[in-house]
Design a protein around this ligand. Sequence first.
Ligand SMILES: [Zn+2]
Length: 180
Amino acid sequence: MIFSPLPNTPLITQGFGQNPATYAPFGYLGHNGIDFGVPEGTMIYAPHDGIATVKDEGASNYGLSLVIDDGKRRSLLAHLSETSVTNGQTIYQGDPVARSGKSGMATGPHLHWTFKLLSNGVVQNKANGYDGAIDVSEFTRLWLDQDLHFNAQYTDDAKPYLAMTFSDQQYLKNPARHTA
Ligand SMILES: [Zn+2]
């Protein structure tokens, strides 16, 4: 199970698979994640457990980014303004891990989230046109009242996630972490 990296119902400013021409040079069929339009400094929470990898690409690409990987799931959270975790740190779902920003190639403040499913540490469905990235709006549609994007392909591993249900406004395993 994965949860939203953001509380409440942030606006999706760029959906999965949108703007094919922009992403063709990167080898993608379209946008390989979802963008949430949130003000700079918005707290971001770990969508799932994993080990942290922090990367700072300065003004290029994803800018300051955080990857969380537990061998089954990998999230990339990009264009951050700061992160409170370090390389190799173990992160638990719902931990506050970073603050949003507009670092790297970003036209304005937003959080970019790429999500991939892995099997024994290997990204699944890498030939789907998005290097294995999948459309998390399917997972999050019950807490985000947003249009869905149906042009992603799903692995069999994704199907249990697609069938799961969220309770209203549920986005954290441990809400107490939100008050930290
Ligand atoms: Zn994006």
